[in-house]
Design a protein around this ligand. Structure first.
Ligand code: ADP
Ligand code: MG
Length: 501
């Protein structure tokens, strides 16, 4: 029929606009490598911030002792403790506790937030076993994962960077955090300083003053609760993931997060960082936090749906790479196409399903389960359309179209992520066999819910990376899951940057 043909034309157009042939991916990677150079050359020289992490000494696996970590800024707030036994014994034990922050802290004062965190930490420290107490001459040391944009001042200090213009209230800035998985902010174990309803969904925000030294705030709070701890490292989740990867495997060269958002960090030679004016560290290396989510380029294939999503987002014009790749957005892109098909081609019948009009109602985990439906009659797709969108009576033919849309959107995201990784390999000269042609293993540590759970996304990303580097080099490029790097990694970095070394 005419309607069906119109719907198929919409799908076909999306498919064409989302195409990522290998030549295009190479252009994306080249453009990103150029931006990385520019970001390393000068502060503000590129939309890739290429933040100097001050991590010049990644864990080697020889670390010993008891170290703590605080992980704030992911889906959960957690405190962790790791007991390290050196080269021989490795990680002797690790414990963690998830802490939820009650809604009555919705006061907008970061003072109270940090007090709450310090108290939770003090409770956790009190459960330390007798035989693992530090020597009387030593303070306990802690790594702090703070996954918000921070301008690092040293390994253990940094100030908050303003993220989104227009979200400024007096001297405060609101940093959009994430879309609650539960839709119920009272359920989410995050710092409920403030919640706003956007698109009918609860969005949590962390409120903090721009320019505030986050470690200073934490240290003051630790003092107030009488906890004598030394904050040895302030990092973000990407750096933590890199550290955890390196602890277990010396061949790890970079880390990538594919979760609600996306980011990457890698090990750079200090010589290749013109904006680094301080003395060259002993290792000659420096970990760079690329903040690649903010990458943009005319080579990134974008559709009208992407443009509309961006314009209506909390941070229009920013995080363009992230908006085509990460878990927060993939399902939303699919929803937007389905809505157009319903409106212009009556794809779901004469009426447009009302639920389909709600931004962010189609979440990436739902998209993923539809995409992985292997039942002959696509039962799961049928169920999800009913449960999530209240769309009943779909034909198998229609459900197949829904699956193919998931495939189109996920494939573009996965291939672009591979392009990003390839760009980092190019930047550090690991994309080709060098000189004598001796193979050298290069491992990339990956973490995040999207990578972990969206199998088709992950396998597509991995095979695209192999395609980009080619068979010869491909044998030595390994993707490794660095599980829970954002927490453990910070404890490991506290160890490798211990003041008692
Ligand atoms: P965060 O990025 O907030 O630290 P995670 O790394 O756990 O948290 O990633 C959570 C994100 O991963 C979710 O927002 C979602 O987009 C994605 N995700 C989680 N589960 C799945 C799934 N089954 N399929 C696809 N994506 C998923
Ligand atoms: Mg995380």
């Amino acid at each position: 029929s005419r309607r069906w043909a119109k719907a198929m034309a919409i799908v076909k157009e999306v498919e064409e606009k989302c195409e990522t042939p290998i030549g295009k991916l190479r252009q994306v990677a080249d453009a990103m490598a150029i931006d990385m150079h520019a970001g390393l050359a000068s502060e503000g020289g590129s939309e890739l911030k290429m933040i100097i992490s001050y991590v010049d000494n990644l864990p080697s696996g020889n670390e010993e002792g008891l170290f703590y970590a605080l992980d704030l800024g992911g889906t959960n707030f957690r405190v962790l403790r790791v007991h390290l036994g050196g080269r021989e014994k490795g990680v002797i034990s690790q414990e963690f506790e998830e802490v939820s922050i009650p809604p009555h802290l919705m006061t907008g004062s970061s003072h109270e937030l940090f007090d709450y965190i310090a108290q939770a930490l003090a409770k956790f420290v009190a459960t330390e076993s007798e035989d693992s107490h530090p020597l009387p001459s030593r303070k306990r040391e802690i790594g702090f994962t703070f996954s918000f944009p921070v301008r690092q001042l040293s390994i253990a200090s940094g100030t908050l960077i303003k993220w989104t213009k227009g979200f400024s209230i007096e001297d405060a800035v609101i940093l959009p955090n994430f879309f609650c998985e539960t839709n119920l902010c009272s359920n989410c174990s995050f710092q409920l300083i403030m919640t706003l309803r956007v698109y009918g969904l609860a969005v949590c925000f962390l409120m903090a003053r721009v320019g505030q030294d986050v470690v200073g705030e934490l240290t003051k709070a630790l003092d107030r609760v009488g906890l004598d701890m030394h904050v040895a490292a302030l990092v973000n989740d990407t750096i933590g993931t890199l550290a955890r990867g390196r602890f277990y495997d010396p061949d790890v060269v970079a880390a990538v997060i594919l979760g609600t958002g996306t980011n990457a960090a890698y090990v750079e030679r200090t010589q290749a960082i013109p904006k680094w004016h301080s003395p060259v560290p002993k290792s000659g290396e420096m970990v760079i936090n690329t903040e690649w989510g903010n990458f943009r380029s005319s080579h990134i294939p974008l559709t009208e749906y992407d443009h509309a999503l961006d314009v209506e987002s909390l941070n229009p014009g920013e995080q363009i790479f992230e908006k085509t790749i990460s878990g927060m957005y993939l399902g939303e892109i699919v929803r937007r196409v389905l809505l157009r098909m319903a409106e212009e081609a009556s794809f779901f019948g004469d009426n447009v399903p009302e639920k389909l009009r709600l931004p962010f109602i189609l979440r990436t985990p739902v998209m993923s389960s539809m995409h992985h439906d292997t039942s002959p009659d696509l039962k799961i797709v049928d169920g999800k359309l009913k449960d999530v969108l209240e769309i009943t009576h779909t034909s198998l033919k229609m459900r197949k179209v829904v699956v193919s849309l998931c495939e189109i959107v996920a494939t573009r995201g996965a291939r672009l992520s591979a392009g990003g990784i390839y760009s980092i390999l190019k930047k550090i000269g690991r994309d080709t066999l060098k000189g004598d042609g001796e193979p050298r293993k290069a491992v990339i540590a990956l973490d995040g819910g999207l990578f972990e759970h969206y199998t088709k996304f992950r396998t597509c990303m991995e095979s695209t990376l192999q395609e980009l580097v080619g068979e010869k080099v491909g044998k030595d490029i390994v993707i490794e899951h660095s599980n829970d790097g954002s927490g453990i990694g910070a404890a490991l970095l506290a160890a490798s940057h211990s003041k008692y070394l």
